[in-house]
Write a protein that binds this ligand. Structure first.
Ligand code: ADP
Length: 423
């Protein structure tokens, strides 16, 4: 039906990648053209298999379209996505489609790179389900559905954990009994890897340097939040651990906590394992501290004198500062600190507070530059600062598409410098 990946160099070679992020009842998608890194369509199917499912589709030309009903499962949802794309002349049966790129949350110790999915890869993703019980099964459903729709096309799995696979063992190991840890696959894996990879590379480009020559601390501050220390383009430490619960204070997750606290809650408060899990993942973090997980609302309340919101902000910032300091120590030399994701890209007050007092580490922001609003990567420290502080908007879908395309592409494609717009 379509050209094989080895014939990608021809003028008619396929350059489109459909990025799929499959949740248990949702399917997010973006169709990208890697010839110029443009987005041809984006959309979301939600509440799949539930009473009132809905598809929202937006082609590049604009004009958002909605459909409701009829999505009993992911296969039906993907079929509907295919119809919507076909209506824009972008059907999934088009020879222009080079591959599917699937976001997969957990790649365990096995996957440090994206891979073309075959039965063995599927089985391995399945084997890792105990480490990501909510996400990996949903990601697998997306992969299987797409493989059924286009068995002839490469289906590439891009793992959230992969970028962190380069961490040295002393950073990845927890200091617990080694045999127990190994038997249960317990170690630091880290998440948000596509974002940390994309942002650290973009940050190097912003500095006009090769990623291999730059040490950067990436602060991905969304509803989930994580920090990473990236030395010469390779992750050497990251704040999320075996699961995304560890590290920074997040919207609803506690981040770092004494491991005895959940034990105490189970013993002293009679909480079950599931209740403890729910407390730490859903009712903690900013929500637990002040009832809101949205930084906009916390800043508004705090400005209005709300003490709980102020405390939540202070706890959030204190943790962030500790990680900046820790990763400065891990890296030795820091060239840049990059803020990204919803909070990092938009909340000037968070950026200002996070580096306040860190002048001895070479860190400060220029108040005017910090408050400029833009979708572009930008430097917010003063010219000549020892450490560049930057805002670098993340783009996980583009990173997945790029990694997918790089894997299925040929030397010809690379010679044509199709990747240039993304560097
Ligand atoms: P997710 O982890 O869900 O992908 P995002 O990266 O989209 O999250 O970040 C969402 C969060 O970004 C919101 O919960 C909100 O706290 C924060 N946010 C978005 N816009 C702003 C803003 N203008 N000011 C402060 N915080 C913002």
């Amino acid at each position: 039906m379509t050209d094989s990946p080895t014939s990608l160099g021809s003028p008619d070679s396929p350059t489109r990648v459909l990025v799929l992020n499959s949740g248990s009842s949702s399917l997010k998608y973006q169709l990208l053209d890697m010839a110029d890194a443009s987005r041809l369509a984006v959309g979301l199917v939600e509440r799949i298999g539930e009473a009132d499912p809905r598809l929202v589709h937006t082609p590049r030309s604009g004009g958002k379209r909605e459909r409701t009903g009829g999505f009993a499962d992911h296969a039906a949802a993907l079929a509907a996505v295919s119809e919507e794309l076909a209506a824009d002349g972008l059907g999934l049966d088009s020879p222009a489609l080079a591959a599917f790129g699937h976001r997969v949350v957990h790649g365990g110790s096995r996957f440090g790179e994206p891979v073309v999915v075959d039965d063995g890869v599927e089985a391995e993703i399945e084997r890792l389900v105990p480490l990501a019980p909510l996400h990996n099964p949903a990601n697998l459903t997306g992969i299987r559905t797409a493989r059924e729709l286009r068995p002839d096309l490469p289906q590439v799995a891009v793992f959230d954990t992969a970028f962190h696979r380069t961490m040295p063992e002393y950073a990845a190991r927890y200091a617990i009994d080694v045999a127990t840890a190994d038997e249960h696959l317990i170690r630091r894996y880290g998440f948000h890897g596509t974002s940390h990879a994309y942002v650290s590379r973009k940050c190097a480009a912003l500095l006009g340097k090769d990623p291999a020559d730059v040490n950067v601390i990436v602060l991905h501050l969304g509803n989930g939040a994580s920090a990473s220390a990236v030395a010469g383009g390779r992750c050497v430490d990251t704040s999320m651990g075996m699961t995304p619960l560890e590290g920074l204070v997040m919207g609803t997750r506690s981040g770092d906590i004494d491991p005895a606290v959940p034990l105490h809650l189970q013993r002293a408060a009679g909480m079950s394992v599931d209740e403890t899990d729910e407390l730490l993942n859903k009712r903690s973090g900013l929500t637990g501290l002040c009832g809101d997980n949205d930084m906009r609302e916390i800043l508004r309340r705090s400005d209005a004198g709300d003490q709980r919101a102020r405390l939540a902000f202070d706890v959030y910032i204190h943790r962030l500062k500790k990680y900046i300091g820790a990763y400065a120590a891990v890296l030795g030399r820091v060239d840049a600190v990059a803020f990204t994701a919803g909070v990092g890209e938009n909340a000037a007050a968070v950026r200002e507070a996070a580096v306040a007092g860190l002048e001895p580490l070479g860190l400060s922001v220029d108040p005017e530059r910090n408050t400029v609003r833009s979708d572009e990567p930008r430097i917010i420290s003063q010219d000549g600062a020892r450490v560049v502080v930057a805002v670098v908007p993340t783009d996980e879908e583009l990173e997945i598409a790029q990694q997918t395309f790089a894997l299925v592409g040929t030397e010809n494609v690379r010679k044509n410098e199709i990747r240039t717009p993304l560097s």
